[in-house]
Design a protein around this ligand. Structure first.
Ligand SMILES: C[S@@+](CC[C@H](N)C(=O)[O-])C[C@H]1O[C@@H](n2cnc3c(N)ncnc32)[C@H](O)[C@@H]1O
Length: 249
């Protein structure tokens, strides 16, 4: 009887935890624009270790105090081990979800070189950052890459977990894995100024379509001019070549 009571209490606790978890996941999904931004999923396993290793390599080479950030830092899975290992550098996590943010703050208690900031990473200033890490969705990679390409300094290194970012210059791809499934880490730097200006003007696809359109327009105009010249020379009405043939017949 007593044993049954314990089992019931245990099952109730598990059920309650599952409901809380599901409610939180729903809140997180809505908070993250229903698929526009990545909800809270902590970096884990090999890919987490590889992300940290890549950041470690950058920080070890540093000749001055580095400013490091994780965009959407969650509970600090990437930032906390680095902040502990490199007390001489400064670590900043941006996170808009209060749950992982509070977890991160609790875990970081006593560490003086790490700050958790509640805010949208799409609206921050990155011009002073030396190293940026992120684990964002594929759809976020394009607009976030644009913001970074326009704002980071030349020496800044950007490391993206699993998903590529747009507009930046890729310097390296690292083969990694998550739960045994092969995944990549992408490393970037600011693109060269001329690359950015030419990209901003038009994409290569747009250029070829535009130039083709311009070519067609040009051909049409020169044809029309030729017909016009011939017509006026022969003293006939403005017509196309086809119309002229029909008239002749
Ligand atoms: C996939 S998790 C990654 C967490 C952490 N970087 C890690 O590697 O463990 C993405 C985190 O970004 C946060 N997030 C998503 N969009 C955000 C935004 N625009 N501004 C701030 N945080 C955001 C989510 O709340 C979530 O905690």
């Amino acid at each position: 009887m007593c044993c049954n009571g314990i089992i019931v209490i245990f099952a109730l606790l598990i059920g309650f935890a599952a409901i809380v978890y599901l409610l939180y996941q729903t809140y997180s999904y809505i908070k993250c624009g229903c698929g526009k931004y990545g909800p809270f999923v902590s970096s884990y396993g090999k890919i987490k270790e590889d992300m940290i290793e890549e950041a470690r390599a950058v920080l070890k080479k540093a000749k001055h105090k580095m400013k490091v950030t994780d965009l959407g830092c969650g509970s600090g899975a990437l930032l906390l081990p680095l902040a502990k290992e490199f007390p001489e550098h400064e670590f900043i996590g941006y996170e808009w979800d209060i749950v992982p943010l509070t977890m991160g703050k609790i875990k970081a208690a006593g560490l003086k070189n790490i700050t958790f900031i509640k805010g949208d990473y799409m609206k921050q200033d990155y011009k002073d950052m030396d190293l940026i890490m992120c684990y964002v969705l594929k759809v976020t990679g394009e607009p976030l890459g644009k913001i970074l390409a326009d704002n980071i300094k030349e020496s800044c290194v950007v490391i993206s977990e699993m998903f590529p970012l747009g507009h930046l210059e890729e310097t390296k791809q690292i083969e990694s894995s998550i739960y045994g499934v092969p995944e990549k880490i992408f490393v970037y730097k600011k693109p060269k100024a001329e690359k950015r200006t030419s990209k901003q003007k038009t994409t290569p696809k747009q250029t070829s379509v535009k130039s083709k359109k311009a070519e067609v327009k040009k051909t049409k105009t020169s044809d029309q001019t030729k017909v016009k010249a011939k017509s006026s020379a022969k003293g006939i009405k403005k017509t196309t070549k086809g119309e002229k043939n029909v008239k002749k017949k």
